[in-house]
Design a protein around this ligand. Structure first.
Ligand code: NAD
Ligand code: ZN
Length: 360
């Protein structure tokens, strides 16, 4: 059994209000060392934000791609981006992802695919990547997923929704500028922020919990309480707290594992294409029998921030849909093992999973 994990961390971290202005300076040594152009992949929310665009340190010869995050990133999309750039321009010096989990994962996955032949489908899983990717940098503009620190880049493929997970997936550089997340719409700010709350709860309530994960989780949970129960959204300090919470929630997970909520969320994502963070909120809301007072606290945060978590959805889902989602969830044994221990099959069957879906 793999008792001790040995993790790679983000190599360099630049934090602080206004730190985004440092991106040009940060890119310079990479441009010199790798003698080439940079690829910027930016959430298309910014495509008409002229003030923001002026701040992008794009030089002559660089590639700037605005990409929609309406759909979660797919293997096709990453392969196509890589093929297009390699065919027209050759190998870039680096890639910079600017946006939420979607754009960060696109940058992480495309970095790897620039140097690993074939389709990203064949690398979905743990340690399947053969070669390090190109230099890659992430600038989150919405906080909560922890994608800025995680070892995985989650892609939806023809068969699986699964990450390219290995040491080389981890970003070489991140820039955490809390000013960038101020414009996120209220509901989205809540759903994505709750991903870090849920990561932290799941990390410390399962069999793989340990002091390392607990320290990050407990701090992340405190920061979430401050953001979602005490401070006004308009308080700039709230953005700082949430950005750091996301970082810590992501690390808590690296040293532990996700649990029941993420297993159910994967079912909702794969079968109904519901976005990861919204799906998590829909599932967590119905998991009082597993996560007890954390679910009550979650509902308090929902009420306090007047956000909407979809209810009574299951009545429109046929039995086939519920069965398909339960099947996706059931086939995530590492999550159940974490949540309920190695004998999880004694407390969990497909019927119990369907029961949770029927409550949504
Ligand atoms: P997202 O990237 O999907 O973006 C959500 C919405 O917020 C989009 O409409 C986007 O345009 C908008 N947005 C982003 N920044 C904004 C800003 N500053 N102002 C206004 N609008 C802004 O959001 P997400 O929830 O961060 O990411 C979800 C994705 O992350 C999923 O694809 C999921 O699979 C992935 N994920 C990855 C990991 C990982 O470890 N790699 C972990 C969890 C989730
Ligand atoms: Zn998550």
């Amino acid at each position: 059994m793999n008792l001790f994990r040995n993790f790679k961390s983000v190599t360099k971290t630049c934090y602080g209000r206004g730190s985004f202005s440092k991106l040009g300076e940060i890119l310079q040594p990479q441009r010199m060392a790798n003698k080439g152009f940079m690829v910027f992949v930016v959430d298309d929310y910014f495509s008409d934000k002229e003030d923001f665009k002026k701040r992008l340190p794009v030089l002559d010869g660089d590639e700037l791609h605005f990409i929609s995050s309406l759909k979660e990133p797919s293997t096709d999309q990453v392969d196509a981006l890589r093929d297009d750039i390699l065919a027209r321009r050759g190998l870039p010096a680096g890639i910079i992802g600017i946006g939420g989990g979607t754009l960060l994962d696109i940058a992480k996955a495309t970095s790897l695919m620039f140097t690993n032949p074939g389709s990203s489908v064949q690398y979905q899983g743990l340690n399947l990547i053969k070669q390090p990717g190109i230099w890659h940098c992430g600038v989150p503009t919405i906080s909560g997923t922890g994608a800025e620190v995680s070892m995985t880049a989650v892609l939806t493929g023809p068969v699986k929704k699964l990450g390219l997970k290995c040491d080389w997936t981890v970003l070489d550089q991140i820039i955490l500028d809390p000013d960038l997340i101020a414009t996120v719409p209220q509901d989205q700010w809540f759903y994505t922020g709750m991903d870090t709350y849920i990561h932290s709860v799941e990390a410390i309530t399962g069999t793989k919990k340990n002091t390392f994960a607990e320290a990050y989780s407990e701090k992340a949970l405190d920061l979430c309480r401050e953001v979602y129960l005490r401070r006004e959204r308009t308080d700039p300090k709230s953005d700082e707290l949430l950005m750091v919470a996301s970082y810590m929630g992501g690390l808590s997970l690296t040293y532990s594992e996700v649990g029941v909520c993420h297993a159910l969320s994967y079912g909702l994502g794969k079968v109904l294409e519901i976005h990861h963070c919204l799906a998590n909120c829909m599932a967590f809301d119905k998991l009082e029998d597993v996560y007890g007072e954390h679910v009550q606290e979650f509902r308090q945060m929902v009420r306090h921030n007047q956000v909407h978590i979809p209810q009574d959805q299951a009545k429109d889902w046929g039995e086939d849909t519920i069965t398909a989602m339960a099947e996706v969830a059931y086939n995530l044994p590492h999550m159940w093992d974490h949540a309920f221990g190695p004998d999880w099959e004694q407390v969990l069957d497909r019927e119990r999973i369907k029961g949770w879906y029927r409550r949504m």
